[in-house]
Design a binder for this molecule. Structure first.
Ligand SMILES: [Cu+2]
Length: 470
């Protein structure tokens, strides 16, 4: 089984320039296949309806795949088990999803690519492409209606009932990817890269918000909407790259060298590495509707790695009570000299100051997320637009004891707090961290479902990080 939880093997991978050269290692997968037609366009689900061929063909393929035995690599059960499964057998590639590793974005791109080819084949629709659920758009926070139609194979009873009945929606804070996109660094050991932060918010929040099977890594990929959620995560990877000049962290031999195994539409195993998927349009022959156009990226070893300079502030942090049904606020006294340093660092765009939480875990999926605020006083109202909102404590890929117990490791969160420090510390000698549990929005208002399992936070710290490039 792949060692998918190699926390210590995260690399510092930075976006460093725009001199794209297509290296020999980045040949399209299609070499030897007939010449490619125009790329497939993955469409926004909001531009489709129940009669669209993308929806009709998907539903048809799901039905066909669900009828196949779980030992068939092209079956619904087998495909879902590649991500995670509660079944006790260990067939090839089962339980190999990458979460809270540097391969999160790259592994899921490969996974969707082969899934899409299998669906195209099973549906008999050669033009089929996987739609994406653009939950980041304010008009798409509800579960897409085609997935709520009980007579469709795209419906699944095992979801949050309000998501299924159309009254439940994700909140703006659930899908706020500004924290992840604030950095041009791909992945770091302290989990401060875009790939790292994105896995929690928005990615994890959408899993928890849809609820039911989607809320556990062992069962998430059994929900047909999983693949549309991840298509949006994949699209946002492109958006992030485009926002920093269109290039990617390549050349790191650990990241590019790791091989993952999937199956093609004939059920044959295919090995892939990150060099083969970096350029979706050129190598995988798909683009996103209204997606950013990207410079081609190569896997040449030209990337400049960077040295993280991390500095922990010696302060006394009070113990954090377990996070349960009630809001928890923790005051942190800030010594005068550290206060001056933090204010100076927070103003410096080259410095990132993080509130770091380590050893975060729960016995099972809590079923809520904790909006996290940092201010001069405890936060009393949910306002994820306020400068004191720093992120969400959300458990999905790590930190849940009953999901993959043999592979368990606690979750780590790094919330960038530059803005919050400037807003809070000017007139205060204390910073107050507030954890406020929130469910999805129901009829537009925050809900407060019972927390299914309290969350323990082992350690809190404040750390400043500079990325030094040679
Ligand atoms: Cu996911």
């Amino acid at each position: 089984m792949a060692n998918r939880y190699e926390l210590n093997r995260h690399r510092f991978l930075a976006v460093v320039g725009k001199s794209a050269v297509v290296a020999a290692a980045c040949q399209p997968l299609f070499a030897g296949e007939p010449a490619l037609a125009a790329p497939f366009v993955r469409q926004d689900i909001a531009s489709l309806n129940a009669a669209s061929s993308q929806i009709v063909s998907y539903a048809k393929a799901v039905t066909k795949m669900q009828a196949l035995p779980s030992t068939d690599p092209t079956s619904w059960a087998y495909q879902a088990a590649i991500h995670g499964t509660t079944m006790s057998q260990a067939l090839q590639s089962w339980n190999t999803c990458e979460h809270n590793t540097e391969w999160f974005w790259s592994w899921h791109r490969m996974y969707l690519y082969w899934f899409e080819r299998i669906v195209r084949s099973k549906s008999g629709d050669p033009s089929w492409s996987l739609p994406f659920w653009a939950w980041d758009s304010p008009s798409e926070r509800y579960l897409p209606p085609m997935f709520r139609n009980q007579s469709s194979s795209l419906y699944l009873a095992n979801r949050h009932p309000n998501m299924n009945n159309g009254t439940g929606s994700l909140s703006a804070g659930d899908v706020d990817y500004s924290g992840a996109f604030a950095t041009s660094v791909y992945s770091t050991p302290g989990q401060t890269g875009a790939n790292d932060i994105f896995q929690n918010t928005p990615h994890g929040n959408v899993h928890v918000g849809v609820g039911g099977l989607m809320a556990s890594i062992l069962t998430a990929a059994q929900d047909p909407v999983f693949y549309l959620h991840h298509a949006n995560c994949d699209r946002l990877w492109q958006v992030w790259r485009a926002s920093y000049g269109g290039i990617d962290p390549v050349g790191d031999s650990t990241w590019t060298g790791k091989s993952h195994t999937f199956f093609n539409e004939k059920g044959q195993p295919i090995n892939m590495n990150a060099c083969q998927i970096l350029n979706a349009a050129q190598q995988l022959n798909y683009v996103y509707q209204n997606g950013p156009s990207l410079a081609q990226e190569s896997c040449s070893p030209r990337f400049v790695c960077c040295i993280p300079i991390r500095r922990f502030f010696p302060m006394t942090f009070p113990p954090i009570p377990p996070l349960g049904d009630n809001q928890v606020s923790v005051p942190i006294p800030i010594p005068p000299d550290i206060r001056e340093q933090l204010l100076a660092l927070a103003k410096n765009p080259a410095q990132s100051v993080y509130l770091q939480l380590e050893g975060v875990e729960a016995a099972r999926q809590p079923g809520v997320v904790w909006e996290t605020y940092l201010g001069s006083v405890a936060t009393t109202a949910s306002d994820t637009n306020s400068p004191s909102f720093v992120g969400n404590v959300v458990l999905f890929g790590t930190g849940i004891r009953d999901a993959m117990p043999s592979m368990f490791r606690p979750a780590v969160f790094a919330f960038k707090i530059n803005r919050a420090i400037l807003a809070a510390l000017g007139n205060s000698k204390t910073l107050v961290v507030t954890f406020a549990p929130r469910g999805i929005l129901i009829n537009g208002a925050p809900s407060h479902p019972k927390v299914q399992a309290p969350v323990q936070i082992g350690k809190m710290s404040i750390v400043a990080e500079t990325i030094k490039t040679p």
